[in-house]
Design a protein around this ligand. Structure first.
Ligand SMILES: Cc1ncc(COP(=O)(O)O)c(C=O)c1O
Length: 439
């Protein structure tokens, strides 16, 4: 059994995270419940920053908040000196409510609305990562009207495909994101931005995919982009001050996943950038990264209560839990794999094999296929590991299932940071037929 971060098995044979017995968590907060190991989040954030500090590189480590966002997480990110990558007015609003320093907020997205751009400009965020010509012209219109300056990066698609699931690869040319390098879109964007008196082009961004286990793709991207930098220097006298390499650093979900130590991604990236800077006679730029999954992914564990079982002799044994694709859609969306244990009988011998189903009306609502477990009983607590990224943030209300609460644990203390959705929450926007009155 592989335990992440501070997770251990205590003398009651229960899974403990952050010094807190997970069975107690289920009694206090119910199930399903997302539990975050705050110490592991800290370790990851500090690890990334330290790798830059030790190399003496100016940097920003921007937490990709799409992985998991709530006010408490943004406050923790601030405490840890992280910047923030946001993609919507919802994430911007969360940053505002968390009193996150706006100069460290970077606004991403391939279809920022006029209202979202206004909101970002009102908040005075640090940087907009421009994705396409449509939003470039929208932004130009707005800042000219407001007479407000704005720092921008351009997101490029460098034509590098990371070795990962096709749906989460974004660096290849055929991508909905960013300005393409080979067809000259990035050149055109640079010309437009340079001609604008309110825009300041600080540098370049690329994000080549997710759940990446080696640094070849990052190194290749650096090499490709520095070739462009040389051209841009000659053509436009533009030398990027910032190289934003995006996120995508992998984590261990299941046996066989072999990510590098988080700092290694940074070390290899720095080495490649330094090398190319030297080869091209350019200054080493400020380096920004945007880890999401590798900060919160394996810090999160979801606890469920086991309900029904179904045995199909000679075929499969199913067990169903009180959540599923509503709190973790990744298995259905990406065939993502997870590991889990019985949190209330953590060290019991695992001599049975069960496939873990969610409770939604959808055959694809499976959380784990073929998980080794003890003989499971009704009301056992199933812990599914590594659900801290793209679990809560992708949670949904399919079948009108309410979203679970989120609990942070650290040093033997637990604190509720997102309340469970109630049935009233689920109905609060519904209106009855033929009237405009709320239910
Ligand atoms: C632009 C950008 N940066 C960062 C990330 C975070 O990726 P990860 O959570 O894999 O680190 C993403 C993920 O989609 C992204 O699109």
């Amino acid at each position: 059994m592989y335990l992440h971060g501070t997770s251990t098995i205590n003398n009651k044979n229960h899974l403990e995270i952050g010094g807190v017995d997970t069975v107690h968590i289920t009694r206090e907060f119910g199930t399903p419940v997302y539990v975050y190991d705050v110490a592991l989040i800290r370790e990851r954030a500090i690890g990334f920053k330290k790798a830059f500090e030790e190399a003496g590189i100016n940097h920003q480590v921007a937490y990709a908040s799409k992985a998991f966002s709530c006010i408490a997480m943004f406050q923790l990110a601030d405490e840890l000196g992280l910047s923030l990558d946001v993609v919507s007015s919802g994430e911007l609003m969360t940053a505002k409510k968390a009193n996150f320093p706006m100069e460290r907020v970077h606004f991403h997205g391939n279809n920022k609305s006029p209202e979202e751009i206004d909101f970002a400009l009102d908040l005075g965020i640090g940087c907009i990562v421009l994705d396409n010509f449509y939003e470039l012209s929208l932004l130009q219109e707005k800042i000219a009207f407001r007479q407000q300056t704005m720092d921008v990066l351009i997101r490029t698609t460098p034509g590098v495909e990371a070795h990962t699931h096709e749906y989460i690869s974004t660096g290849q040319e055929d991508s909905k994101f960013g300005f393409d390098l080979s067809s000259g879109q990035a050149d055109q964007a640079i010309e437009i931005i340079q001609a604008d008196r309110y825009l300041y082009l600080r540098g370049v961004h690329s994000h080549i995919g997710s759940q990446i286990f080696d640094t070849d793709g990052f190194v290749l991207t650096v090499e490709k982009l520095f070739k462009e930098f040389q051209r841009w220097k000659e053509l436009y006298d533009f030398v990027p001050e910032v190289f934003n390499a995006g996120g995508g650093f992998g984590i261990r979900y299941v046996e066989g996943d072999e990510p590098l130590p988080p700092e290694q991604y940074v070390k290899d990236l720095i080495a490649a950038i330094k090398r190319e800077a030297e080869n091209t006679g350019m200054n080493v730029p400020e380096i920004w990264i945007e880890p999401g999954r590798s900060i919160t992914g394996d810090a999160g564990t979801t606890l469920y209560t086991v309900g029904s079982k179904k045995d199909i002799p000679g075929v499969r044994r199913y067990l169903s839990v009180d959540g599923g694709m509503t709190d973790n859609i990744r298995p259905a969306l990406y065939q993502a794999e997870y590991e889990g244990i019985l949190a209330n009988r953590a060290n019991d011998e695992t001599n049975e094999t069960f496939s873990v189903a969610g409770k939604c009306c959808e055959s694809g609502d499976m959380l784990i296929w073929n998980l080794a477990l003890p003989e499971v009983e009704f009301q056992d607590v199933l812990a599914v590991f590594c659900t801290g990224a793209y679990g809560y943030s992708m949670a949904n209300n399919y079948n009108r299932v309410a979203r679970p609460p989120v609990v942070f644990v650290e040093n033997g203390e637990s604190s509720l940071v997102v309340q469970a959705e109630t049935l009233e929450d689920l109905l609060k926007n519904d209106l009855p037929l033929h009237t405009n009155e709320k239910v």
